[in-house]
Design a protein around this ligand. Structure first.
Ligand SMILES: [Zn+2]
Ligand SMILES: [Zn+2]
Length: 232
């Protein structure tokens, strides 16, 4: 049990944006973020996983390996995973008391532009995923068997933490938001076509790679005067 909590705590860096209070106060329109997280999931969507076979007995585990097409706009601007390219999911689904823990890696191809020469760049990334999807019907606060967690009994903080986690929708869970957050974190900050890309000439924009001896004569007026003297 404590191992799962350690994992759940470790996922902090992969957590999505904080969601609003749940349930929303009556009369207050739901923020966009909340509305997006409570749709009916489409079981045919490649990033919607069906966990029915896993069952709800804590401890049961199923591996999940499959290749699915990447959704649109996975990444940041020009740097990202091309829509429809292969995402290789290599995941492990584990039933825990609170819900289903998803962990593993996703391999993807990233395309973008070299920051120095603007040539197209293609590289592959391996993204670590770890997320706990909670049962929406789970009891609040210390349910039976809350011992052995090795945590200070702080039901409030724990509930807050749980409320921020994505939920299971029946037997379905939506991997996409978690994947999006993880992919953005895994993108190279400064993509390069190669480590020592010489880039472009700052004077004229020429590609230095194609013209290694490229340079510009320094147009210093004092030299021009000397040259003139020399020719007289
Ligand atoms: Zn380059
Ligand atoms: Zn130049």
């Amino acid at each position: 049990m404590s191992a799962f909590w350690a994992l759940a705590d470790g996922r902090v860096t992969l957590s999505g944006p904080a969601r609003g209070p749940w349930p929303p106060e009556p009369g207050v329109s739901m923020p966009e973020e909340t509305r997006r997280t409570t749709p009916r999931l489409d079981p045919r969507s490649p990033l919607v996983l069906d966990v029915r076979e896993l069952g709800r007995r804590p401890g049961s585990m199923r591996p999940l390996s499959r290749s699915v097409p990447a959704p649109a706009h996975l990444g940041l601007g020009v740097l990202g995973v091309p829509e429809g390219s292969d995402l290789e999911l290599d995941l492990r689904l584990e039933s825990v008391v609170e819900g289903v823990l998803v962990s593993g890696t996703v391999a993807a191809t990233v395309t973008g532009e070299c920051v120095r020469c603007l040539d197209p760049v293609t590289s592959s990334i391996d993204v670590d995923l770890q997320e706990l999807y909670v049962h929406p019907d789970r009891e609040h606060g210390g349910h039976a068997g809350g011992h052995g967690r090795g945590r200070v009994d702080d039901g409030f903080a724990e509930d807050e933490e749980m409320a921020a986690l994505p939920q299971l929708h029946g037997d379905l869970l939506d991997l996409e938001p978690v994947l999006r957050d993880a992919v953005v974190l895994a993108l190279p900050l400064r993509p390069l076509c190669r480590e020592d890309c010489p880039g472009l000439c700052s004077e004229c924009g020429a590609r230095l790679e194609r013209d290694p001896g490229h340079g510009h004569e320094v147009q210093d007026p004092r030299w021009a005067v000397l040259r003139q003297l020399g020719t007289d």
